[in-house]
Write a protein that binds this ligand. Structure first.
Ligand SMILES: [Cu+2]
Length: 445
C-alpha cells in the first residue's frame, strides 16, 4: 500500500491556512508510492462533494491532501520496474513507483495543486491532456514553461473546469518518455452526483512497447513494430478482470497513448460511448455499439448495463494486439506438408520445430523461450487454453458480488445445459447442400 504519512485521505489538514501565491518547500506534501501491480480498492472521498470513485486496472488513485481550499497531489517522475505479467519485468519510467502513474481523481470545480518532482536522468514536464487549463499550466516544455530539470520540483495550479476523463503525460523528450511508459489518467467527477451516475467505474490507459525477447528495456526508437500491447502496462493474463455485479451500470474509461488505434470490443452486451476527452456526449447522439475504436491520443468512455451474467471477453479486436512478444517475421505455413518441412528444417536447425502447418494453435505446444519472455498466446480457462496475450481480459458478471467488492470471483459457474456442446456425428464428410456436396433427393440436376 501507499505511505499514508502526510496524508489524511481527503480530510482537510487541521490548521492549514489558505495559501496565496508561491508555495514554500516546507509545504510540499509527501509523495505516496505503490509497490503492487493489482487493482487497489476505490479511494472514497471523506470530505467535499460525494462521488463514486473509480478503480484503475492494475493500478491505484493518488491520495491527496486538502490545504486551504486546494487539493494537493504529488507526482514523482522516476525509473520503475513494471511487471507486465508473471515472468516478465520491464525497466520503464513512470510515476510514484509504477508505470503508468496513479489515477488523479478530483471533482468539477476543485482547485488543484499538483507538485511534480523529477527523479529521471533527464528533464521532463507534465501536460494535462484534454483539460482546460491556463496556457502557462499546459506543460509543454519550452513553449509554456521551462523543462523540469532532474532533482527539481515544479507546481501546477488550476481549477478543474469540467468533469470527464483526461490523461497526463510529458511534453518533454516526448517520444522517449512515452515509449518508456510515462502516462496516467485524470478523472474529474461531476459536481452533481446525480449526473449520469454508475455503480462501477473502471479506468485504464493503453500503451505499447517493443521489448525484444530476452531483454528488459523498451526500444524507444520503434515507431510501428511493437510486440507488447498493454493496458496499464500489463498484458494478458496479467491484466485484472473487471468484476461486476449483475444489474450494475458500469462505466469503462479508456485512454490511448500508444502509436496506433485500438478497436475495443466487449462480448455479450451492447454499450454506448458516453464521453470523450472532449466532454460528455448528449444522449441523443449516442449509438449502440459492441466495439469502439479508441484513436491515438484520445479517450473513449462507454457505459454498459451488465444484465447478462457470465465471463465476457473484453479485448482489442486487432488480433495481433492479443498476442505477446511474437516474431513478426514468422512465415505463414498453413497447408505446407509438415513432414517435408520438418525434414528441411532439421537439416538447417537440428533443434528446430516445424510449427503452423495446421494453424498456429499453441494450447498443446511448449516452446523454450529466452529469460523474461512471455509466450505469444497463453492463459487457461475452465475449458482449456485461452490462447491470448496482450490487450485481453474478462468482464466477470455475477449475481452475488457486494457493492464495493472488486475481487476476482473466479470462473463462471455455467448453469447446466447452457454451454455449447458436442454431438455424435459421423466423422466423414457431412452431407451438404449445393455445389460440391451430395445432391439432395428430388433435386433436379
Ligand atoms: Cu489494439
Amino acid at each position: 500500500m501507499f505511505s499514508r504519512r502526510g496524508f489524511l485521505g481527503t480530510a482537510a489538514l487541521a490548521g492549514a491556512s489558505a495559501i496565496n501565491g508561491r508555495v514554500q518547500a516546507a509545504s510540499i506534501p509527501e509523495a505516496p508510492t505503490m509497490d503492487k501491480v493489482v487493482m487497489q480498492p476505490p479511494l472514497h472521498p471523506t470530505s467535499g462533494p460525494d462521488y463514486r470513485p473509480v478503480v484503475t486496472l492494475n493500478g491505484w488513485s493518488l491520495p491527496f491532501r486538502m490545504n486551504g481550499g486546494w487539493k494537493e497531489f504529488h507526482l514523482v517522475a522516476e525509473p520503475v520496474v513494471r511487471e507486465f505479467a508473471e515472468g516478465m519485468k520491464v525497466n520503464l519510467w513512470g510515476y510514484n513507483g509504477q508505470s503508468p502513474g496513479p489515477t488523479i481523481e478530483a471533482v468539477e470545480g476543485d482547485k488543484v495543486r499538483i507538485f511534480v518532482t523529477n527523479k529521471l536522468p533527464e528533464y521532463t514536464t507534465v501536460h494535462w491532456h484534454g483539460m482546460i487549463v491556463p496556457s502557462g499550466m499546459d506543460g509543454v516544455g519550452g513553449l509554456t514553461q521551462p523543462h523540469i530539470d532532474p532533482g527539481k520540483t515544479f507546481v501546477y495550479e488550476f481549477e478543474m473546469k469540467k468533469s470527464g476523463t483526461f490523461m497526463y503525460h510529458p511534453h518533454s523528450d516526448e517520444m522517449v518518455q512515452m515509449a518508456m511508459g510515462m502516462m496516467g489518467m485524470v478523472v474529474v467527477h461531476p459536481r452533481d452526483p446525480n449526473f449520469r451516475p454508475v455503480d462501477r467505474d473502471f479506468v485504464f490507459v493503453m500503451s505499447t512497447y517493443r521489448v525484444d525477447p530476452g531483454s528488459y528495456l523498451p526500444q524507444v526508437n520503434e515507431m510501428t513494430d511493437f510486440n507488447m500491447w498493454t493496458w496499464n502496462s500489463r498484458v494478458f493474463p496479467g491484466i485484472d478482470p473487471l468484476p461486476v455485479r449483475l444489474g450494475d451500470k458500469v462505466r469503462v474509461r479508456i485512454g490511448n497513448l500508444s502509436m496506433t488505434n485500438h478497436p475495443i470490443h466487449l462480448h455479450g452486451h451492447s454499450f454506448a460511448v458516453t464521453c470523450t476527452d472532449g466532454g460528455w456526449i448528449p444522449e441523443s447522439a449516442q449509438i449502440p455499439e459492441t466495439t469502439t475504436d479508441v484513436p491515438v491520443g484520445a479517450v473513449r468512455v462507454f457505459d454498459v448495463l451488465a444484465d447478462n451474467p457470465g465471463d465476457w471477453a473484453f479485448h482489442c479486436h486487432k488480433s495481433h494486439h492479443t498476442m505477446n512478444a511474437m516474431g513478426h517475421e514468422v512465415r505463414t505455413l498453413i497447408g505446407v506438408s509438415r513432414k517435408d518441412l520438418a525434414k528441411a528444417v532439421s537439416k538447417l536447425a537440428p533443434d528446430g520445430m516445424a510449427m503452423g502447418s495446421t494453424g498456429m494453435a499453441m494450447g498443446n505446444m511448449e516452446m523454450p523461450a529466452p529469460d523474461n519472455t512471455l509466450p505469444m498466446m497463453t492463459g487457461t480457462g475452465q475449458f482449456g487454453a485461452i490462447e491470448m496475450g496482450g490487450m485481453f481480459t474478462v468482464m466477470k458478471i455475477r449475481e452475488d458480488l457486494s457493492r464495493d467488492d472488486y475481487r476476482d470471483p473466479g470462473p463462471y459457474q455455467f448453469p447446466q445445459g447452457t454451454v455449447a456442446y458436442e454431438v455424435a456425428a459421423p466423422s466423414a464428410e457431412p452431407s451438404r447442400q449445393g455445389p460440391g456436396g451430395a445432391p439432395m433427393k428430388n433435386m433436379k440436376m
